[in-house]
Design a protein around this ligand. Structure first.
Ligand SMILES: [Zn+2]
Length: 183
């Protein structure tokens, strides 16, 4: 699968998809199972720790994760039902924003409800890296990118860097690796 890269251009179709709110999945059927598997393969191929539907052009409420030391997980129609008061800073990157990194503050622990690719409902309590990746991917379903969570000055600097990199594709090496991979 191709991963959409933010172009930061007003008429960019990729930007439009990355910025749109994803829609709930009505039927967890074989097509959705195949999509989930293809997303896990793409995430591993690009050494990411997470990937969301909009990043592969699917405006569906699905994301996959593979945090370090954890297993691959599929989240369909997820809802974050609790977040800790305690927040921590952590450096994030994103496969749709290659080469950009920034410290982002988010709740340290969360509780999420979702369905897996077999159509089974589950509730998961997560903290640390997994909680971080889940919140980053959940944002993608809302059309939010991590650069939206830094201040205006920092965001402008990051977008200039993104445009410079886009102008020199030969320099763009496989993104990944924020701490332990981009999402
Ligand atoms: Zn991302």
């Amino acid at each position: 699968m191709n991963i959409l890269i933010l172009e930061n251009k007003p008429d960019s179709e990729q930007d439009r998809v990355l910025r749109q709110k994803a829609k709930a999945i009505k039927d967890i059927n074989s097509e959705i199972r195949q999509l989930a598997l293809a997303m896990v393969d793409t995430m591993h191929r690009d050494r990411g720790v997470g990937l969301a539907g909009p990043q592969v052009g699917q405006l569906k409420r699905i994301f996959v994760t593979h945090a370090e030391g954890d297993e691959s997980r599929v989240f369909i129609n997820p809802s974050i039902i609790w977040t800790s008061q305690n927040e921590i800073n952590y450096e994030e990157g994103c496969l749709s924003l290659p080469g950009l990194w920034a410290d982002i503050k988010r709740p340290e622990s969360i509780k999420i409800q979702a369905w897996n690719e077999k159509g089974r409902a589950f509730t998961l309590e997560a903290s640390g890296i997994l909680a971080r990746v889940i919140q980053h991917e959940y944002d993608h379903l809302e059309g939010i990118l991590f650069i939206d969570r830094v201040n205006e000055v920092k965001r402008e600097k990051l977008l200039v860097k993104l445009e410079k990199r886009a102008a020199r594709p030969e320099k763009r090496k496989k993104a990944a690796d924020f701490g332990m991979g981009a999402g």
